[in-house]
Design a protein around this ligand. Structure first.
Ligand SMILES: [Zn+2]
Length: 743
């Protein structure tokens, strides 16, 4: 419109020259302008009708001629990698009314009264729906069969019973942060249910019935049925069994450490980037995603009311739904040393012959930076520096690598950008800009401080260290199948880039295995499974707040990695070192998962020496025969009762796994088993535990890291049965030992 006056000016020519010509021209111009304006107005009007009012007018036209009802399509199933069901739709019914028919019949009150009674709904609300100017109103979805039958029996005009579906999550809270949930209309709201909503939901069918504008039947009434298109199935890379192990051990750790800000764990196939398990604690029941059940949270909301309560409740729900493993960032601490060491080796900035010296601290740009070992690690090789997780050595390693290369490897290992993972909300992490990164920042970055990463980035980077050097793109959707089970889309493992050489990767696998067998990661040790990894403990911001993130990042077996695993414990109460509280969790998850996958244990020479034996059967033997058998097995014995006759019972029983220095008690004919009280043996060294239990004629079995490691560095942390329990003499007491390292 604004351009019209300009048009007239351009068309106006000098007035004085030829009047007649000017007049004609003027009239033509005027006509032209009028026509143009009319055309524009017409265009605007039709455009308005078509574009702005179009849909509603069209809708009106359809509604005047037809009544249209929805036939829901069945939502696809979500499976784990072995086709165990994680989310499934079951058919139920929905109750609807047809207001035009009700008006014709004049039975609105009767219908509303019946439905509100049977379905336990508000009468007024149901009545209002029966009086609407429409052809179809949903009264209630997911109605139980029993109620449906009652309604059907009434045989009332204007009520429709249609098929409906309901979403079930057979495992409740399992993998809740991954699977997500649907809303009242079966629409995906969270997690895979939301991201893959279009794939899962299919397309609803319709029933269209022709009607005249006033609602009466048309002379040639017709009904048209359009089949719904079924949703497709989503098969995840998750292994339900490994997910169970992860959730079980993570829950125990949460209970034991009292974490204030939750916990997360990821298990990945380091060769492909497939996510085998992903868990966040606390979790929620997918069948009731809008319900908070944690009594502490409910208590904290108690004082609120009205809108304050509503908004606080939904804030808590949002917190509960957060997939910590992907969305939250944290300071990686010493786990990051694995990547720094790999980069330094790859660039030949260090070699296995490099040596370092730790006096307990190192001064950078005038700032003294301490080692976790205040007394200093002294002279150490590169390998020992990694085993010791020595900060001063890593400050040197970082400096030898240099700022430019440090930054390049940071990016190359996948930090500072999202991984391209399917689930939403992935964080990129925070790192120093080039100008921010001076000598001091390079120093702290070298031992994993001053920047933030996600657990998903860390396990992906560690997988590259472990798998021969390839950064894989992590993924959780294995394939999409049509309703007949045929794959329509299969995800292939994707190499993002090669970060380090196969040789550097092999060297790092050896060094990181040593962290668990020799260094600060001893508590992740599992007999026979060659676990490699790195511990991490970082203080949260602001420094001095006394809040920590404890973590362990590992893989196994070291010579052919099948699994990578990260555990994050955010703000534990009491013990907060990753080596003490996160490493044992990874050890337990690895042990269960590797056994489940059928990975064979390989015992080292030291493990062979420490291996268990099964108690031989000596019942029915004479004292001499029994003694010979026990001595040949390398065990000791003790006789209770008469030396004559035969052994009637023995303790430990035949077949019990015992240590090689176990004592077997022979109960001869007539002798009765004697009970003893189990002493408290928590907080002692192996030899002290041995002494205390032998004094009570009890045997013991070493659990945890105690199997491999020397006297002095490990301590008993748990026993079973508990102190004070009465048990028969000779019973095997299970005692778990833990390495007391503080890193
Ligand atoms: Zn040190």
């Amino acid at each position: 419109m604004a351009s019209l006056p300009l048009l007239i000016n351009e068309r106006s020519e000098p007035v004085a020259q030829k009047k007649g010509k000017v007049n004609i021209k003027k009239r033509m111009t005027l006509l032209y302008v009028l026509m143009l304006s009319a055309m524009i107005l017409l265009l605007i009007r039709t455009g308005y009708l078509q574009i702005i009012k179009g849909p509603s007018l069209k809708q009106l036209a359809i509604e005047q001629q037809t009544r249209d009802s929805v036939v829901s399509s069945e939502r696809g199933t979500i499976y784990d990698r072995n086709y165990k069901v994680l989310a499934q739709s079951a058919s139920t019914n929905m109750v609807c009314v047809v207001p035009v028919n009700i008006k014709e019949e004049g039975n609105g009150e009767e219908v509303a009264r019946a439905l509100s009674e049977i379905l336990d709904l508000d009468y007024e609300e149901v009545y209002a729906k029966t009086q609407k100017n429409s052809y179809y109103e949903i009264i209630k979805r997911r109605v139980e069969a029993e109620e449906v039958e009652k309604i059907r029996a009434l045989n009332l005009v204007g009520i429709r019973l249609d098929a409906d579906t309901k979403r079930y999550y057979p495992n409740g809270s399992l993998a809740s942060h991954v699977i997500g949930f649907t809303g009242n209309d079966n629409q995906g709201l969270w997690g895979i249910e939301s991201v893959y909503d279009d794939v899962l939901k299919g397309k609803a069918g319709r029933i269209i019935t022709a009607k005249s504008a006033n609602g009466s039947d048309m002379p040639y009434e017709y009904e048209q049925y359009m089949d719904p298109i079924q949703g497709r199935d989503v098969v995840l890379t998750i292994d339900e069994t490994i997910q169970h192990f992860v959730e079980k051990h993570l829950e125990t750790a949460v209970a034991e450490t009292g974490v204030q800000n939750g916990a997360a764990c990821i298990v990945m196939n380091p060769k492909t980037g497939e996510i085998l398990a992903m868990a966040t604690k606390p979790d929620y029941d997918l069948n009731q995603p809008m319900t908070i059940s944690d009594p502490a949270v409910l208590e904290s909301l108690k004082s609120l009311s009205g809108e304050d309560y509503q908004s606080a409740y939904s804030a808590e729900l949002n917190k509960l739904w957060r997939n910590k493993a992907v969305v939250d960032t944290y300071e990686p601490g010493s786990t990051f040393k694995a990547m720094v060491a790999a980069a330094a080796l790859e660039e030949n900035a260090v070699s296995l012959n490099s040596s370092f010296f730790c006096s307990g601290s190192k001064t950078v740009s005038g700032v003294p930076i301490g080692c976790h070992n205040r007394n200093g690690h002294g002279a150490e090789s590169f390998e020992e520096a990694v085993h010791n997780s020595c900060n001063p050595a890593f400050i040197e390693i970082g400096a030898m690598l240099g700022k430019q290369q440090f930054r390049e490897y940071y990016k190359s290992f996948g930090f500072g950008e999202t991984t391209g993972f399917e689930l939403p909300g992935e964080a990129e992490g925070i790192f120093f800009s080039e100008s921010q990164m001076r000598e001091l920042e390079l120093a702290t970055s070298s031992f994993g401080q001053g920047f933030n990463v996600t657990p998903l980035q860390m396990i992906t980077a560690m997988s590259a260290v472990a798998n021969g050097g390839y950064l894989m793109q992590p993924y959780i959707v294995k394939q999409i199948n049509d309703e007949n089970g045929n794959a329509v889309e299969v995800t292939q493992p994707k190499v993002v880039r090669q970060v380090i050489s196969a040789e550097t990767s092999r060297t790092m696998c050896n060094i990181l295995e040593g962290v668990v067998s020799e260094g600060g990661g001893k508590n992740a040790y599992v007999k026979g499974y060659r676990i490699a990894g790195k511990t991490g403990t970082s203080e949260k911001q602001p420094r001095g707040c006394n809040k920590y993130v404890a973590s362990f990042l590992g893989f196994a077996p070291a010579d052919d990695p099948q699994l990578a695993c990260i555990v994050i414990l955010d703000d534990p109460v009491g013990e907060y070192y990753g080596s003490l509280i996160a490493a044992p969790v990874v050890g337990r998850i690895m042990e269960d998962s590797l056994r489940y996958l059928g990975v064979e244990r390989q015992y080292s020479a030291a493990e062979e020496r420490e291996s268990d034996i099964n108690m031989p059967d000596v019942t029915g033997k004479t004292r001499a025969e029994a003694a010979k058998i026990i001595n040949e097995a390398g065990l000791k014995y003790f006789v209770s009762g008469n030396e004559e006759g035969v052994v009637t019972t023995q303790m430990p029983r035949a077949g019990t796994a015992v240590r090689k220095d176990a004592i077997c008690i022979f109960y001869m004919e007539g002798a009765e088993e004697e009970n003893v009280v189990v002493p408290d043996v928590v907080g002692y060294s192996i030899s002290d535990v041995n002494y205390l239990l032998a004094n009570s004629n009890l045997n013991f079995m070493l659990l945890g890291t105690g199997r491999l490691h020397a006297e002095g560095v490990i301590q008993s942390v748990r026993q079973e049965p508990a102190p004070g329990t009465e048990v028969p003499q000779g019973t095997v007491i299970q005692v778990e030992f833990r390495y007391a390292g503080n890193e």
